[in-house]
Design a protein around this ligand. Sequence first.
Ligand code: ARG
Ligand code: ZN
Length: 854
Amino acid sequence: MRETTPQPVFLADYQPPPFLVDTVALTFRLHPGRTQVLSEIRFRPNPAATPGHDLRLDGEGLRLLSASIDGKSLMAQPDATGLTIPAADLPEDGFLWQAEVEIAPEGNTALEGLYMSGGMYCTQCEAEGFRKITYYPDRPDVMARFRVRIESDLPVLLSNGNPVDSGPGWAEWDDPHPKPAYLFALVGGDLVATTDSFTTMDGRNVTLNIWVRHGDEGKTAYAMDALKRSMAWDEQVYGRAYDLDIFNIVAVDDFNMGAMENKGLNIFNSRYVLATPETATDADFASIERIIAHEYFHNWTGNRITCRDWFQLSLKEGLTVFRDQQFMGDMRSHAVKRIEDVLTLRARQFREDAGPLAHPVRPESYVEINNFYTATVYEKGAELIRMLRLLVGEDRYRAALDLYFIRHDGQACTIEDWISVFEEAGGRDLSQFKRWYGQAGTPRIDVTEDWQDGRYTLTLRQHTAPTPGQPLKEPLLIPVALGLMGTDGREILPTQVLELDSPTLRVTFDDLPERPVASVLRGFSAPVILHHKLQSDERALLLAHDTDPFNRFEAGRSLARENLHAMVLQQTTAPDQNFIDALRVLLRDDTLDPAFRALVLRLPEQDDLAASLHEAGHTPDPDMIYDMRRAAQTAIARALEPDLARIAQQMETPGPYDPAARDAGRRALRVQAVTILAHADGGTAAAALFQSAYNMTEQMGAWAALLAIGAGEQEGAEFYRHWAQDRLVLDKWFMAQILHASPDHAVPLTDELSRHARFDWKNPNRFRAVIGALGANPAGFHRSNGTGYQLVADWLLRLDGVNPQAAARNSAVFETWRRLDTNRQSLIRAELQRIAGNPGLSRDMAEMVARMLG
Ligand code: ARG
Ligand code: ZN
């Protein structure tokens, strides 16, 4: 709870730690209400800092039982955030700190520090949770060797590193790799493991365990498979091998984020571990694969090389996201993966960058660092690395990474360190590129063309609109991949990368046989908003013939967006015939990857349309967008009914279920076909698919298709009867109904489901499945009477009292409020002010609403 106004922390104020830690020995006596934590910490003065500092240790919510220095007990007086030992009481060349504290994991509903979930003990320390376990310099640039003893009657007791020894009621662990406290982890519970092994390229035999609650042991096979493939991939592609004898993964039901890369002991939200064909969708399988890989990859990019301070968060997160994207592309399809990644980037990061929560990939200040685990730090951070690779080339990228690992292994680093290895290995100055890390906002690129006497001129202009605290923007170095297509569909100029490094860049091409069709920003070579006016037949040409799969997709998407914009702005009820014709050609092209066809067939989401209308200077009307998107779907369904029906048949996968890309793509296209078809056939095909489905992808897809046309009640009841005992599937049951509810039904339904006996709102997954789902139903959430805003604000306030981090994260549903009409704006402003005025507000939430109110 907030006692004083929380002060922001500034990057510019960074000071090296006055004391370093060599070793930490911890003993835990686990007890739900009274866990004792004994610590022995060897400190020495940091030669890189000025001498004579007091010792400041972070600590929150701890009951200090005793403390001593070099065996001499002392009377430390803790304050709300830690304790200070005056320099005068500290031996000059190092000392042993010993302390005994008591904590209550059972009452820890914030899920930060040591807490309990479903009867087991677990931890979450990133970013600043370790200070809720014991007194410590809780900052990532203090790296130490940890040894841990756990005392408890629970059968499974785990911590970081390698097991030392264990006996009845105790276990000891030793982690030989120095690490910051945020990578500390402990687990205690009655758990069951799936065990396997992996031999590293340097011959180390590693035991792999995935620990779950009894009853879930049949759901770990895919996660284990993904782990082994991740380990092999990191060796092959980056030359990085695992460095301990054991790798443990634990699934917990109550977890604020996706997962956590604690050294040798990754802790996961159970939704990113547990899967069977019957209970998990293809999208779930893909998330598991990606997140298992992501956390594993952190062992090098994050753990061996960590961040100097939390402003550098993207150093590990952007890089690790980029690595997991490369991995997924290799495992599945690069073309499809790139399209999906860009869709996510636009839906989450562009949205963030366009509103009051915009911040640079490396922020300059924060009040609560947990509020900066964002799409900007993660996904835009990954885009910056993708651009760097494009700018220096694949070979020099690998050389830069080798240099990074050699030079910085065991260190806590900065973005400057990162840029330096690219300058050295890439042989070029990157000071302008570095602006990407400090400048918020999505650049816009305007493309204009000129064709005269056989000379084709392309002009690119960049502009970045102001963002909070950054009124003026400097030109960025933007790699723009370009190709030219002939009107017969042949490529005239293969991909080349232009470097747009000033406000304007003009390029000319002589001796072209005809005016070409430019394919700009191939592969989405930079995270920008591209404005390039083309005729619809030119877009259709790119959709049919571009050699770049991303831009093929993008041509279809632009056509769809332009059609929907026209429908919304002119209130016509049908898209152009040539758009429908282009979709038909695509649908019938059986040489195309089904996954690709599924993506092109999916119309831009309501939120995408709202954002793009706003970007084009209009005030988006959520109801109109909802109506027109449906009208477009209906028109497409009627025009393409026979083709869609054929696809729905043709894309049947015989089984047994295979989560790999080939079958997943077929299911995606099948579900997409049935979803559109429902707008013409009243849901007949979807109802049939629901009944025949042998996997969750098709069952869920079919049910959602029915819900979207106002049907599916019987199927919902059947679904509940069948799955009520499976907590992860139950989340889907809650979520789908709200996500697909009609605009006038969404709020009352959310309200009703929030009274459901199974709405366990303290569980972050369940909260997201209900309250979060309303926010993801734009026409429902943005009811013009404000009931959606009120309901969400009430729940945010309630959640803030028990789990500030989760509440703050969910509050971002309001981030787009300034693009709405004045009525909705004032309704949301009132709710944000109501939240802000709450006396007991957490600092997590206080910071979020203050930023949103601007
Ligand atoms: N480092 C984790 C990951 O990206 C995320 C953990 C963040 N947790 C938090 N409470 N902020 O894999
Ligand atoms: Zn991460």
